[in-house]
Design a protein around this ligand. Sequence first.
Ligand SMILES: *Cc1c(COP(=O)(O)O)cnc(C)c1O
Length: 441
Amino acid sequence: MSTLALLGGTPVRTHPFPAYRVIGASEIEAVTKVLESGILSRFLGTWHEDFFGGPQVQAFESEWAACFQAHHAVTVNSNTSGLYCAIGAAGVGPGDEVIVSPYTMSASAIAPVVFNAVPVFADIDPVGYGLDIASIRARITPRTKAILAVHIFGQAADMDPIMELAAEHGLTVIEDCAQAPFATYKGRPVGTIGHMGVFSLNYHKHIHTGEGGVVVTNDERFAERVQLIRNHAEAVVERKGVQDIVNMIGFNFRLGEMEAAIGRHQLAKGPELIAARQANVQALEAQLAGVPGLSMPTVLPGNTHVYYLHTLRYDAAATGVSRATFVKALKAELPHSELRDAEGPLIGEGYVRPLYLQPIYQRKIAYGTRGCPFTCGHHGGTVDYSPGICPNAEEAHATVITHELMRPPMTAEDIADVARAFHKVAENLEALRDLDAKASA
Ligand SMILES: *Cc1c(COP(=O)(O)O)cnc(C)c1O
């Protein structure tokens, strides 16, 4: 049994893991062509044929729509701005509530706040981590206008019951697909199961353009409203003859021609990049079998998982070692990944803290100093952000280990090193128990 690196032994590996590099020769060539063309963007914020953007943006949108079986795809400069567009397009406004998961990136919940609406957090299913239908049902009030379902970590939330409930109450359903491009639910790609779906193209995601995003929908009216919010709606509606001007407050969320050109190649590479992740996860999970206290993520029946993150459940009662100490020992055995040196080994405790614990919700301060939108004016209800409102999310946050060490171009050897680190830590639980005991003494 070799000594843990945490206790002065030799680490399993010190040379860095390969950088997550998915941009190659075809993207470089495509960007060069855009630069040579002289058209780096061709959007006009007025009702004109250039309202829809330049040739790369429009080609990328039609390819994206075809790939994800959507009638419309509208590019934006991030998933965050795509969520703003979708929430705005749904007509959400002051006094409305939007039901959202607390176990997601902060942008999913902030989109309603931008339109002066109140996010209401429903709990998650403890197995798949998507929104739990019973909890959503319990949170519906006469003010509820929309449900924002997040396909977290790479697999779909259970959409059929959500769509049924939404139909019963006349709610709009928006899917946050940032972590799940190419994931399927009962054979259908995520994004158009709800009324609108929003994808991310930021550099952490499966496919990327540095920064970027796409909104998909099968509804022509939503597509038009998203296009307007993306591009200075207030200056366009009159000449375009748009009568419904609710939320037609424009932003500039337009994607550049270079990003769109990159995106077209990334889209084509998507399936191959997803398959590489799935193969790495499969190899890693086979090698992690038998590590005490660890359970592998569950792929829900009917889902394909695209593994934005690989989430392991850690049982401290089974090992007698706190998760914090277990992860600290693992990190000591493993190197950082190239290009992300400062972050250390890409493995960590939990995911994000349930969002309602952020100061904005705890203090109910967003717009100005008077508690808008939570306690001021139009929202006649009360909203509860107390610790404990979503026990499954809190429990997941306290017991999950997440890592990115399965992203391409991680090789079989790299994956084997990751597994070796887990096994080494597992063989040294006794020493870690002593460490925990000393820390708490
Ligand atoms: C990354 C992410 C976002 C934000 O995406 P950006 O393109 O960076 O704005 C939103 N929601 C989830 C679930 C994400 O993972």
